[in-house]
Write a protein that binds this ligand. Structure first.
Ligand SMILES: [Zn+2]
Length: 568
């Protein structure tokens, strides 16, 4: 028994059978019925939604030997006559020429096309239909040749251009476009796809479970042809009723590879690749709400993996990706991602700007401020090597946020790169050369005017100002010691800002001092550091943000462009 592919066997024979394209069906059938068929049509839309099929049905309708006989509806082909069957099956036919522009895009082909178009239809009652698929692949020269034809179209010759990328045609074929009637095909909803697959399965005596139907509809990403091809694939994969598990096993590739790719992308923070990925999704006619639902399942699987569970219902592709990537996330990361997703999902489902919501969501996921990032920062501070490790490295320590930092045991050997306005401390360390000293500052002067000094510094750097607020100034000769009971971040900030502080002291008091930053350990005498935690937290966050932005240019640009709040 030879098996005819389901997608082929159940390809629509009438305009009315085109799923989810009622507007196209009405337009084309109406044109045929009223004898007002245009010379050129442009059919746009995602793949597998019926563009080429509609073009063939048009050719059938124009050449049908018994028009309207099958349905009694005007403009529909009968679908049964010799002509209809030949065209429908794609058999050799004088009156229908199908051209794949992806492989026939040169000037010569266009010339040939033009010459061939001059031959009118094969009979007085016949129409000649050229179906040009992947029309966005045609060259400018080809379009020019077509324009010449369309300026003086031969009688009963119809051009049907189909494309998934109409915007590309807009660039090269503007004059031709104005001579075309355009129909935009819709993506077919998963419910509609599931319904049609259910019907086909019934006719084919294939037992298929509802979960399996839903899964196939999801994976088909809005394309009917793909959905039926998937059924073929699943049915060939095993015996017995088609279950969701069997679908997953048989089709592991399509949907799940995309989710695996997305997970890689989030784990590695490749935010620059988010928009192209969404572009691909949309081009493929993906149901973005379904996509968001699937994303939720994947994130939940990662969370489950982290919590020591065994994620269920994953294909091998996805499972190995989840297992590989889970160590790069913390449970907190996943919870925040899931929360973000939950907050966005409704918008994705309802909004006419679903794509924008998906893009924003995915960007937020790739840019999400991870706990691993914080520990990385603190580790960098502790060891003096800033930002050397690759992203996605598992955090060896729990996030220390909100906990009081222990007094710093030592000064970092080399301060991390600072992106702010603060001059690098290493320069100060390398060249301590205090200029020939004016009178040493008297302690009362510097201490008395400490508030002014802090404000002067604050005009240059808010970060530094906040760090100074935490410090207790002690003057000993030409040395201004700053005792800091705050975090390492505070210490580091002050270290980096020593020059700025020295300058500020000079400008306020006229005195030259050398700033020394000292961690205030137990018994160091830093008596009255007021409300340190709140300020520390702000500063820590600010510092972390700054460091992170400096490290990741993509984030920096995106944060500016989208004014994204980096989530805690
Ligand atoms: Zn017919």
């Amino acid at each position: 028994m030879t098996h005819t592919a389901l997608a082929r066997k159940y390809r629509p024979k009438r305009f009315a059978d085109l799923l989810a394209q009622e507007h196209v069906a009405a337009g084309l059938a109406g044109a045929v019925a009223r004898n007002r068929v245009a010379h050129a049509y442009l059919l746009t839309g995602p793949r597998g939604v019926g563009k080429t099929t509609a073009a063939r049905i048009l050719a059938m309708a124009l050449n049908c030997e018994r028009p309207g006989a099958g349905s009694g509806v005007g403009g529909e082909p009968c679908g049964e006559c010799e002509s209809c069957r030949r065209i429908w099956s794609g058999a050799a036919n004088l009156d229908v020429v199908e051209i794949d522009a992806a492989s026939n895009r040169g000037v010569d082909d266009a010339r040939e096309l033009r010459e061939r178009a001059m031959y009118a239809a094969s009979g007085p009652e016949r129409s000649k239909v050229y179906i040009i698929d992947e029309a966005h692949m045609l060259t400018r020269e080809a379009w020019n040749a077509l324009l010449k034809i369309l300026e003086e179209p031969p009688p009963r010759v119809v051009f049907v251009f189909a494309t998934t990328e109409p915007h590309k045609i807009a660039n090269t074929a503007a004059p031709v476009l104005s001579r075309m009637q355009r129909f935009d095909f819709r993506r077919i909803g998963p419910g509609t796809i599931a319904g049609r697959v259910r019907e086909v399965a019934r006719q084919e005596s294939i037992q298929i479970e509802e979960d399996a139907l839903a899964l196939i509809a999801r994976v088909a990403l809005g394309g009917m042809r793909d959905a039926l091809s998937l059924v073929d694939q699943v049915v060939a994969f095993g015996d017995g009723p088609v279950t969701a598990a069997r679908v997953r096993e048989a089709l592991g590739l399509i949907g799940d590879e995309l989710y695996a790719e997305l997970l890689d992308l989030v784990a590695e923070r490749r935010s620059a690749e988010v928009l192209p990925l969404v572009e691909r999704l949309v081009e493929a006619g993906a149901d973005l709400a379904e996509f968001a639902g699937g994303l939720g399942e994947v994130l939940r699987a990662v969370l489950q993996q982290i919590l020591g569970g065994e994620p269920e219902g994953l294909t091998d592709v996805l499972r190995s990706c989840v297992v590989r990537r889970a160590p790069g996330f913390s449970a907190g990361d996943l919870l925040r991602m899931l929360k973000l997703l939950a907050e966005t999902e409704e918008s994705i489902r309802r909004s006419p700007h679903a794509r924008l919501h998906v893009e924003t969501l995915l960007l937020q996921l790739t840019l999400l401020d991870r706990t691993v990032e914080l520990s990385e920062v603190l580790r960098a501070l502790g060891t003096g090597s800033a930002g050397g490790s690759a992203p996605g490295v598992p955090a060896p320590t729990p996030p220390p946020r909100g906990l009081p930092s222990p007094p710093a045991p030592h000064r970092p050997a080399e301060p991390p790169v600072a992106a702010g306005a603060v001059p690098p401390a290493s320069a100060a360390a390398a060249a301590p050369a205090a200029p020939p000293a004016p009178p040493a500052a008297s302690e009362p002067e510097v201490v008395r005017r400490w508030g002014e000094i802090v404000e002067v510094v604050g005009q240059q750097s808010r970060l530094l100002r906040e760090a100074l607020v935490q410090a207790t100034p002690l003057v000993d000769g030409e040395t201004l010691a700053l005792d800091v009971s705050g975090s390492e971040v505070d210490l580091q900030g002050l270290e980096n800002g020593r020059k700025a502080i020295e300058t500020a002291v000079r400008s306020v008091t006229g005195a030259s001092v050398r700033v020394v930053v000292r961690p205030a350990g137990p018994g160091a005498g830093a008596a009255g550091a007021p409300e340190p935690r709140r300020l520390n937290r702000d500063l820590e966050r600010e510092e972390r943000l700054r460091r992170y932005r400096a490290k990741d240019p993509a984030l920096d640009a995106a944060a500016d462009a989208f004014d994204l709040e980096l989530l805690e």
